[in-house]
Ligand binder design. Structure first.
Ligand code: SF4
Length: 695
């Protein structure tokens, strides 16, 4: 394609390269290592989302058009006044895995470094916070050890809580191609029968929330059958005995695992035997693991099995968390979560806050973690948080208990929203800032295998839309920190981010992209996708990690973590006898602000449905296409019924995408409960007690 710009898809964490032209013509980038030219249906339709209709074009204050200067002056003034009267923790940012790393970096520096509060969290909290917490507990830092090639070099791939075929289609395509060539065995662990499980050698439709029991049983099986790599564990890990003791307590027998998971003992035994016998095993896990009130323990139960067998960081081996969003990992690199600092440092890492304080020249640096997403909106409702800036995300639909979130936004005295399109969240804003979107903004994203790629502009942003990093820097300057927010272009932000990753890094901090710290504008413009770590002087991009240990813990060893089995945070009862499970469809994305612009993407599922198991449908008298009233302790919705033999009895699946803008049923988030994982703060989006009746 002559004159095409190399950029990266803005949807999922596969991070596919795209060749795009100004007129919206595009195709997969054959030179991008993530996709090698392939795109999925959503990615291939990106050119049809570039219409400027419905875009937010001008800053608005109190519903009236305003100049950028007056809107930004007002934001700075209201933040300053709120801090002066109520302290820094009375303000907050809620950002997004749709933000580029440069946006994230500036937001985090402004909030944690200069406002002096930890109150910046991201919708990545809904996506992979449990994996972050699991990685940190096991490895000492939030690091994904593997690379995409591992899925092609494995003899066994286990997918846990992942409908890879719909949610990471290009990666699924790579896996399927490899299966055709080498006969890779595929085990899918998911309560639902899906497009992914239909092609599996074994589908374990386990009871919701029982993953810890299944993997505790696997650890006990590996130990009982002599499959533990004693030498590797002795050299590179700690905590094995305690983790095994807890696993044996949680899952003392195959029968007990069968009881807790609802699986047939023979199927469990088959999975255990297959995993035990297959050295080249990769376990991919996603939202079914993360979006759980026991998500961190689920992640660690999986990591324990890989650490016990030393199956990590070698070709075709390892645990692999795949992220939902295009830049969920980039946000993590710069401290986008309330409990993180920038460059993978943490509040509780000795010396880290001081290092960051000196690097940023930020004497006001926050000293403790801030509020995580669910807590943050609760704090707005209770009046603790009095000013918030929401960026590139739609919490009025996507967070649990959506009506309560809307009430929180209505109660908050000052709400700033920057976005591309009107949403149910922008409607509650006091100040609305028009943001540049995909194809218009410039920066970097990091995909699920630690690969940093450029998003490059190939169109002019409509109206007065501007990049989020620019708005944030302007507010930082107006709040009195001009020299600390003086960047002229995203390349300068990226250089500072890269320099910070290398600052006083003696090699024990895995996230290091120091080689990029001196990149000039031309180098940034032509930057090729690369995987971190890439310290100064590195000759090649980062590869697999930890095969020979070297974990970023104080003793250099990984930690197996005891994971006691806990039941669901909220179990079905007589009043709410079913369970609501929410998730993605193949052709839609988040709350449909972009994919909803493409009529053909709705052909796959024109309306939201509530999918029931045949036995539940018969009991309720529900017919396909008939109306079904769903009620949880948090809200109600009326949806069309669908019936699917792959649905587990007792569960109802509803897609997460539809909102008030697209259906009278409104967002399903209205019904979802807000139980959170005690370690990661990630909400339980997969199991809310529910009642259903045919109407
Ligand atoms: Fe985009 Fe993900 Fe599809 Fe690739 S697989 S084209 S990153 S949505």
């Amino acid at each position: 394609m002559t004159g095409a710009v190399r950029t990266t898809c803005p949807y999922c964490g596969v991070g596919c390269g795209v060749l795009a032209q100004k007129d919206g013509t595009l195709r997969g980038d054959p030179a991008h290592p993530a996709n090698k030219g392939r795109l999925c249906v959503k990615g291939a339709a990106l050119g049809e989302t570039l219409d400027n209709n419905g875009r937010l074009l001008h800053p608005m204050v109190g519903g009236a058009r305003a100049s950028w200067d007056s809107a930004l002056d007002l934001v700075a003034e209201r933040f300053r006044a709120t801090i002066a009267e109520h302290g820094p923790d009375a303000v907050a940012f809620y950002v997004s895995g749709q933000c580029l790393t440069e946006d994230y970096y500036v937001a985090n520096k402004l909030m944690k470094g200069f406002i002096g509060s930890g109150n910046i969290d991201t919708n990545s909290r809904l996506c992979m916070a449990s994996s972050v917490a699991g990685h940190t507990r096991a490895f000492g830092a939030d690091v994904v050890p593997g690379v995409y090639e591992d899925l092609e070099e494995a003899d066994l791939v286990v997918l846990v809580g992942s409908n890879l075929a719909w949610c990471h289609p290009v990666l699924h395509g790579r896996l399927q191609a490899a299966r055709g060539e080498r006969g890779t065995k595929l085990v899918v662990i998911d309560p639902r029968g899906t497009a992914t499980s239909s092609g599996a050698d074994l589908h374990l439709a386990l009871a919701p929330g029982s993953d810890v029991a299944l993997f505790a049983g696997l650890l006990a099986h590996l130990a009982g059958t002599g499959r533990v790599d004693q030498a590797w564990v002795a050299a590179h890990a700690t905590g094995f005995d305690a983790a095994l003791a807890t696993a044996r307590e949680a899952a003392p027998t195959l029968e007990r695992v069968a009881e807790l998971t609802g699986l047939a003992p023979a199927d469990i035994a088959r999975f255990y035997a297959l995993f035990a016998a297959t050295e080249r095993s990769v376990t991919v896990y996603s939202q079914g693991v993360n979006q759980s009130a026991a998500g961190t323990d689920k992640a660690n139960a999986i990591l324990n099995c890989h650490l016990a067998t030393g199956r990590i960081g070698r070709p075709g081996m390892g645990p692999f968390s795949v992220t939902g969003q295009p830049n969920a990992m980039g946000g993590r690199e710069v401290g986008g979560l309330a409990n993180q600092l920038a460059a993978h440092m943490r509040f509780d890492t000795p010396g880290a806050p001081d290092r960051l304080r000196r690097f940023w020249d930020a004497p006001n640096l926050a000293t403790r973690p801030g509020l995580k997403a669910v807590e943050l909106f609760e704090a707005m409702l209770s009046g603790r948080v009095k000013a918030v800036w929401i960026m590139a995300t739609n919490p009025a639909d996507s967070l649990p208990r959506a009506d309560r979130v809307r009430a929180a936004l209505a109660a908050c005295p000052f709400v700033v929203v920057s976005d591309c399109w009107e949403t149910d969240t922008t409607r509650l804003a006091d100040v609305l800032l028009p943001a540049a979107g995909w194809g218009e903004k410039s920066g970097t994203v990091t995909n699920s295998e630690r690969r940093i790629s450029r998003q490059r502009p190939f169109r002019t942003a409509p109206g007065e839309a501007r990049a989020d990093w620019w708005m944030l820097a302007e507010v930082g300057r107006r709040m009195g920190w001009a020299k600390h927010f003086a960047w002229e272009a995203p390349a300068a932000v990226f250089r500072e981010h890269a320099a910070l990753s290398a600052f006083e890094n003696d090699g024990t901090r895995t996230f290091d992209i120091g080689a990029m710290a001196t990149l000039d504008e031309a180098g940034y413009a032509t930057m090729q996708p690369f995987r971190w770590p890439l310290p100064a002087g590195a000759r090649q991009e980062g590869g697999r990690l930890f095969a020979e240990g070297g974990f970023p813990t104080p003793d250099g060893r990984a930690r197996l973590v005891p994971t006691p089995f806990r039941g669901l945070a909220a179990a079905p009862d007589a009043a709410f006898p079913l369970l609501l499970n929410t998730g993605r469809l193949r052709d839609q994305w988040h709350t449909m602000t972009r994919t909803g612009l493409v009529p053909r993407l709705s052909d796959h599922a024109p309306v939201p449905s509530a999918t029931l198991a045949p036995a539940d449908a018969a009991r309720l008298g529900a017919a396909p296409g008939g109306l079904l009233r769903l009620a949880s302790p948090h809200g109600e919705a009326v949806l069309r019924a669908a019936i699917d033999a792959g649905q587990r009895e007792g569960e109802v699946f509803v897609p997460m995408h539809w909102t008030d803008a697209f259906t009278s049923a409104g967002p399903i988030g209205r019904l979802v409960g807000a139980a959170i994982d005690p370690v990661s703060g990630q909400p339980e989006l997969k199991a809310t007690p529910l009642r259903a009746e045919a109407v």
